[in-house]
Design a protein around this ligand. Structure first.
Ligand SMILES: [Zn+2]
Length: 122
């Protein structure tokens, strides 16, 4: 098994990265390869890396439709090629980073530098 820095989450039973990270990468990649999703947003639960299987046109909408918006990270779907997918390692880093950010920042991801439609409550 690959050794991981101790500050990252505990590995899951199937590999070096947590189940949450592997779930996040899988779900994001599924949404990313669908045509027309580039530039849209997914909400990823920090607890388990799952998504609500909805792709949102704006960050504000992704936030607005979460029951617990401060317990999610928001991922901007890129235009990807098959060999340019989100890796389990990158998902692990994102989850760990956002869990820390929320712990320090009172549970809020900063509003991205895009126009606000007002639905996010910011
Ligand atoms: Zn907004």
């Amino acid at each position: 098994m690959t050794r991981m820095p101790s500050h990252l989450a505990q590995p899951g039973p199937l590999g070096a990265y947590s189940d949450a990270a592997r779930r996040m990468a899988s779900e994001i990649n599924l949404h990313a390869v669908v045509g027309g999703n580039a530039g849209k947003w997914c909400a990823v639960r920090l607890s388990d890396g799952g998504v609500d299987h909805t792709v949102y046109d704006t960050w504000c909408d992704a936030v607005a439709f979460q029951l617990h918006p401060h317990q999610c990270l928001y991922y901007l779907l890129p235009a990807v090629a098959v060999d340019d997918m989100l890796t389990d390692q990158a998902a692990e880093v994102l989850l760990v980073h956002h869990r820390r950010l929320y712990a320090i920042n009172g549970g809020r991801q900063p509003h991205p530098p895009f126009p606000c439609n007002g639905r996010c409550g910011r």
